[in-house]
Design a protein around this ligand. Structure first.
Ligand code: SDX
Length: 435
């Protein structure tokens, strides 16, 4: 990775009764400048304090740019709405990994490599049998991804560029196979193996919904919707799960272990688990006339209830992915004959009411990608507990791209934050008979 930040000046920090330090200020190509605090502790004996990293840049990156105030999302400079409309998930995956759109030959080579890595070691299938049938698919996927390092030892040496490449392609290629197997296992149906003459998204839909007893017809509208949903979820700067992957990778852990860590973090309802939680919330609301009751609860600071699928750490404007997801939702409801889906009507009304409510306006709470994705995926036939698995499937290429960038960053070192300690200062041990 080529370091591209440029020094543009200094920040002068005067600490009352303490040191005065000059800290270098750097600029990227677009977005906020950064103050390099790397020498702060050495020169002042003090740490910065930023729980949740609301004002902290953890790294330099050239992959994805978000402008939360404008509602902009760029993958390697290309806007998400253009990629969602004109590109496809495998081409976007190449873009995220390599930095530029591929020419015909490069795309064909990349697609072939991914296609020929979709199968799993046949002994891997017995791994699924260790889970209860009613295990949450995310629990299965979390375990299965971590187990890949027990099957593919020849691509775990992170210092070898060729092994990094093979592990990356294996991870991107096998995630749909693992995800589909987690689904089939949970519904007691036989596993369906990958078919090399299908596209990435067609292959995934077939592995999920085909049964040996009959021919599976690919619906092109649903395949396109699936592909677009994968593109929308592919990467998103230094979100919680990506930061988890980077931190795990900073210790030199193998890529499969790092992605398993990312899957675990994504599962949380404040992050990738929000799509499942948002649909369950819409079911709980149950009818349009109960929306005001839930809006009231969402505004009550004493009530832990949040409107799932609303709000975002970075977007203080509409999440650009949410608009595209809403349009995709319309397409899927139309083609599946569910245009009058009552849950979709509740979602549309909830969005309208929330966007005109002064609480949501003042706190800049807009629908995020998770608000419409659950309704869309349900209409495609996925159960709610598979929604975050699909998010993890799509985000795998983003995690891998960020991991590759981190491993090749010459300034990279093991991530090891400090703390402000408020526990007991030194005290001597008290023997039991004296307590
Ligand atoms: C994803 O980071 C990423 O990029 C993530 C993601 C990706 O692609 O990787 O975009 C994917 O995770 C999308 C977000 C999915 N999560 C949800 O939809 C869950 C519901 N949303 C909230 O939990 C919340 O909005 C977060 C977690 C998404 C963001 O939280 P922040 O930035 O830490 O903001 P906050 O929780 O401090 O909220 C600020 C204020 C608070 O009120 P005050 O304490 O200031 O009075 O806004 C309120 C919150 O109470 N608030 C909400 C709300 N979200 C924030 N109130 C009601 N409903 C909500 N959804």
């Amino acid at each position: 990775m080529e370091i591209k930040i440029k020094k543009t000046g200094s920040a002068h920090l005067n600490i009352e009764g303490g040191a005065t330090v000059d800290l270098p200020v750097y600029a990227g190509s677009v977005g906020p400048d950064v103050i390099d605090i790397g020498t702060l502790y050495k020169n002042t004996g003090m740490f910065t304090f930023d729980p949740g990293f609301t004002s902290t840049a953890s790294c330099e990156s050239q992959i994805t740019y978000i402008d939360g105030m404008e509602g902009t999302l760029l993958y390697r400079g290309y806007p998400i709405d253009q990629l969602a409309k004109q590109s496809n998930f495998l081409e976007v995956s190449y873009l995220l990994l390599h930095g530029d759109l591929p020419d015909k030959e490069a795309l064909a080579d990349f697609s072939k490599s991914i296609t020929y890595h979709t199968m799993l070691h046949s002994q891997f299938d017995t791994f699924f049998n260790g889970f209860r049938r009613d295990a949450h698919p995310m629990a299965i996927v979390c375990g299965a991804v971590g187990a890949l390092s027990a099957f593919y030892h020849d691509s775990t040496d992170v210092s070898d560029p060729q092994q990094r490449k093979v592990a990356s392609h294996r991870m991107i290629a096998k995630m749909p196979t693992i995800a589909a197997r987690a689904y089939k296992y949970s519904i007691g149906q036989p596993f369906i193996d990958p078919q090399n003459d299908l596209s990435y998204s067609e292959n995934f839909l077939r592995m999920c919904f085909a049964v040996p007893a009959e021919k599976y017809e690919i619906d092109p509208v649903l395949a396109k919707a699936m592909d677009r949903i994968f593109t929308l979820h592919a990467d998103h700067e230094q979100n919680a799960s990506t930061s988890t992957v980077r931190l795990a990778g900073s210790s030199g852990a193998n890529p499969f272990a790092c992605i398993a860590a990312g899957v675990a973090c994504l599962w949380g309802p404040a992050h990738g688990g929000a799509n499942e939680a948002a649909l369950r919330m819409l079911y709980e609301i149950g009818s349009v006339d109960r929306i005001p009751e839930f809006i009231k609860r969402a505004k009550d600071r004493n009530d832990p209830f949040r409107l799932m699928g609303f709000g975002h750490r970075v977007y203080k404007n509409y999440d650009p992915r949410a608009k595209i997801m809403q349009r995709t939702c319309h397409d899927v409801l139309d083609v599946t004959g569910q245009r009058d889906d009552p849950i979709f009507k509740i979602a549309l009304e909830l969005e309208k009411i929330a966007l005109n409510d002064e609480y949501f306006i003042e706190k800049k709470l807009y629908p995020n990608i998770d608000f419409y994705s659950g309704i869309t995926l349900r209409a495609m036939g996925f159960p709610a507990d598979m929604f975050t698995v699909l998010f993890a499937l799509a985000r795998t290429v983003g995690w891998i791209a960020q991991w590759l960038e981190m491993v090749s960053d010459p300034s990279q070192k093991i991530g090891r934050p400090r703390q402000v300690y408020t526990g007991h200062p030194f005290r001597d041990y008290v023997p039991l008979n004296k307590r």
